[in-house]
Design a protein around this ligand. Structure first.
Ligand SMILES: [Zn+2]
Length: 346
């Protein structure tokens, strides 16, 4: 099979399209023909060697996969060759104290797609049957591939961790990103007032079409002053933060008293100072969030199937153009996900 491999950490030029031995499913595993694999910023961190995950080249990237079952390993029951599936990002143990209490996103021994299997920048992938989720009819391959991480993460952050409810006001940072645009859609669907920010007016205009009520250009406007103007000097109930750097403190300063800031990333600055005094006097909260649960993804798949939410695909690339696909993502000019289609002609 063909796969995109890197043998040393670095820029997009370390990616090589190579012929690898066809993978074989072992006991309890399935072989998937990859039909779509969405790109994530995590892929860039892994390729550059700064992900803080244990990664040793040679390595095949790709965590967000949709495939068709091509072969079943020994002992696999309940699944058929030809079924369209997506591997849930994690293969959780089902036994630890967190799995046993409905908090599988905290599993103590989770295996991740591409870290504990090979990755999705390839024609085929083998994973344990424990990863598999069915993909409903009516969603295209690329839409399904674009859904899991963006909407799963957004659901977990907004509702499970951030406890957003009807009538509250939420500020979504960086609405042009995959998880930002997913959060706009879900928060709007849940009856919240949605304030969003982005680096360009074009991204704000697109987010408005997804249900954003008010947009702030964080390059040309004062985020905190705008939030206070829009909320009558009250601030927002929840800040949806995944950017880090300056937007983290601006998020805290945009909160109402007793407001919550939920955070799942920090590409623009992973270690930041923050002002303690207004934080505790306002009795604010910072809530960490990581990945999501199977149930949350299944809920989002059903919402997408019913047309209540729309996975956003910016563009697709054939496997051979994975370097150009990553470069497109790294320029950060896209709105929606970039998806590799291994079966497409280069
Ligand atoms: Zn576990």
């Amino acid at each position: 099979m063909k796969a995109v491999v890197f043998h040393e950490f670095g820029g997009v030029d370390v990616l090589r399209l190579e012929e690898l031995p066809d993978p074989q499913p072992g006991p309890g595993e399935v072989l998937l023909d990859v039909v779509a694999c969405a790109l994530n910023h995590l892929d860039v961190d892994v390729r550059e060697g700064v992900s803080r995950f244990p990664v040793e080249p040679p390595f095949v990237l790709g965590v967000e996969v949709v495939g068709r079952i091509a072969a079943l390993g020994e002992g696999v029951e309940g699944w058929s060759v030809g079924e369209r599936v997506m591997p849930f990002l994690m293969d959780t143990c089902g036994r630890c104290e967190f799995c046993g209490t409905g908090r599988e996103s905290l599993c103590l021994s989770a295996g991740f797609i591409s870290f504990s299997t090979s990755g999705g920048y390839a024609e085929q992938l083998v994973c344990s049957v424990g990863h598999l989720m069915r993909v409903p009819d009516g969603l295209s391959d690329e839409d399904a591939a674009a859904l899991q991480i963006a909407f799963g993460t957004a659901w977990h952050m907004l509702f499970t961790r951030g406890r957003l409810h009807v009538g509250e006001t939420v500020m979504v940072n960086s609405v042009g990103s995959g998880i930002g645009s997913a959060a706009v859609q879900l928060a709007h669907l849940a009856g919240a007032t949605v304030i969003g920010n982005a680096s360009t007016d074009e991204k704000l205009a697109l987010a408005t079409r997804l249900g954003m009520d008010h947009g702030i250009n964080h390059q040309t406007q004062d985020v905190v002053a705008e939030v206070m103007r829009l909320t009558g000097d009250r601030g927002v109930d929840l800040v949806y933060e995944h950017v880090g750097g300056e937007l983290f403190q601006k998020g805290l300063d945009s909160l109402a008293r007793d407001g919550r800031l939920v955070i799942c990333g920090g590409h623009s600055g992973e270690v930041v100072p923050f002002d303690i005094i207004p934080f505790f006097r306002g009795q604010k909260q910072i809530i960490g969030s990581f990945v999501y649960t199977r149930q949350e993804v299944e809920t989002c798949l059903d919402l997408a199937r019913r047309g209540k939410i729309t996975p956003l695909v910016h563009t697709t690339f054939p496997l051979a153009e994975a370097g150009e696909a990553m470069a497109t993502m790294e320029r950060r000019e896209h709105f929606g996900k970039i998806v590799l289609i291994p079966g497409a002609a280069a």
